[in-house]
Design a protein around this ligand. Structure first.
Ligand code: SF4
Ligand code: SF4
Length: 167
């Protein structure tokens, strides 16, 4: 059986209309109130003004950016090429390519890191028994060429940033 929708009388319609007008007006006042408070007291503003604050912006302690391999003043790192981090990575983002030194000892050849596959989970850092890798707090990672998303971490550039030796 087809149900009939009861028709709204003029009084009900007017009342619903006025309620909506009142709600809209009230939310407008609330928004204006917040805007005026922030305008008069800018120190209370929580939103970061990026990129205007780029020079002073520091990411939070718990923020995890791309992987890095710290090098000392002699340009040496602590990686032994054991491959534990590679096995710990759930995304296959790491390839530890080992080689041998003059005495036949296994050493790190290339530490390949594919940032495009990285979930920034930090499992590799936790798994490394030598503290050879760390997460940075870098966040400006945009590139034009996807090939630039594969880095060799044990080949530091001639800068203070050791993370972005491209493969
Ligand atoms: S942070 Fe996670 S996803 Fe990224 S390389 Fe390490 S283990 Fe793999
Ligand atoms: S970074 Fe650590 S876990 Fe990974 S290969 Fe090097 S020493 Fe092993």
């Amino acid at each position: 059986m087809k149900e009939t929708v009861p028709k709204e009388n003029l009084l009900e319609y007017s009342s619903r209309y006025l309620r909506k007008v009142f709600t809209g007006f009230s939310s407008l006042i609330q928004g204006m109130d917040i805007t005026i408070k922030y305008f008069l007291n800018p120190k209370t503003v929580i939103t970061q003004q990026y990129p205007e604050n780029r020079d002073t912006l520091k990411m939070f302690e718990r923020f995890r950016g791309p992987l890095s391999m710290p090098h000392d003043e002699n340009n040496e790192n602590a990686c032994t090429a054991c491959g534990i981090c590679e096995k710990a990575c759930p995304n296959g983002s790491i390839s530890v390519l080992s080689t041998k030194d003059l005495s036949g000892r296994k050493v790190l050849g290339k530490y390949v890191y594919r940032i495009s596959q990285c979930a920034f989970c930090g499992l590799c850092v936790e798994a490394c028994p030598f503290g050879a890798i760390a997460m940075t707090r870098d966040f400006e990672l945009t590139v034009y060429d996807r090939n630039e998303l594969t880095w060799v971490l044990n080949k530091p550039q001639n800068t203070s940033d050791t993370t972005q030796g491209e493969c």
